[in-house]
Design a protein around this ligand. Structure first.
Ligand SMILES: [Zn+2]
Length: 174
C-alpha cells in the first residue's frame, strides 16, 4: 500500500548494490502530478534516471496536509547537479516564480525550489555539506512520521459505515 521511498528504492535498485540504492536525492516536489511527470520525463530524456514518489497519496489532498500530499521527484545523488542544471535550463515549468536563494556555503544562486545547492550540494537551509547517510537518515525519519495511507482509508470506511447505519435506521421499512 504505502511503500516508503527507502524500501521502494531498495527493491528497485537492489541488484546494483548498496551505493546505488541509497544515493537518491529529492530534487522536485509539487502538488501537481502532471508537473511531476513532466520533470521525470525531462530527466529521463536526458539520460537521468528519475523516480516519482508519493503520487498515490495526492488523491487524498484536502484530507492530508499539503506537505504530505506533495509528489516528489527523486534522482540519483551523483546526477543531482546535472538534473538541477537541466531543470533550470530546459524546464517547461515556469521557475521564475520561485525565489532565487544564495547557497550559504558557496554563495551560488539557486532556485528556491531546491533543497540542495546544485554546485556544491550543500543543504540550502542549514548550509551543511552534503553527506549521503545523513540525508537518507533524515528522509527516513520524515517518511516514518507520515501516517500511512491505510489509516485514511480506514477513516473513510468508518465514516461510510456510520452513514450507512444512520441511513438504515432513518429509512427503516417497518
Ligand atoms: Zn553551494
Amino acid at each position: 500500500m504505502c511503500i516508503s521511498a527507502a524500501s521502494r528504492f531498495t527493491a528497485e535498485c537492489g541488484c546494483i548494490g548498496y551505493s546505488m540504492k541509497s544515493s537518491y536525492i529529492m530534487i522536485y516536489s509539487t502538488l501537481n502530478a502532471t508537473e511531476a511527470y513532466i520533470v521525470k520525463f525531462l530527466f529521463e530524456n536526458n539520460g537521468i534516471e528519475a523516480i516519482v514518489d508519493n503520487d498515490k497519496i495526492n488523491f487524498f489532498f484536502g484530507i492530508v496536509s499539503a506537505k504530505d500530499a506533495m509528489i516528489e521527484v527523486w534522482v540519483p545523488g551523483n546526477k543531482y547537479k546535472e538534473a538541477a542544471k537541466l531543470l533550470l535550463e530546459k524546464s517547461a515549468i515556469d521557475l521564475s516564480k520561485y525565489e532565487q536563494i544564495g547557497c550559504p556555503r558557496c554563495g551560488e544562486k539557486n532556485c528556491g525550489l531546491f533543497d540542495y545547492c546544485w554546485k556544491c550540494l550543500a543543504n540550502l537551509k542549514s548550509g551543511e555539506a552534503y553527506k549521503l547517510d545523513q540525508t537518507i537518515l533524515k528522509e527516513g525519519n520524515k517518511k516514518s512520521e507520515k501516517r500511512p495511507l491505510s489509516l485514511y482509508i480506514l477513516i473513510i470506511l468508518i465514516a461510510l459505515l456510520i452513514a450507512g447505519y444512520i441511513a438504515f435506521f432513518y429509512f427503516k421499512p417497518f
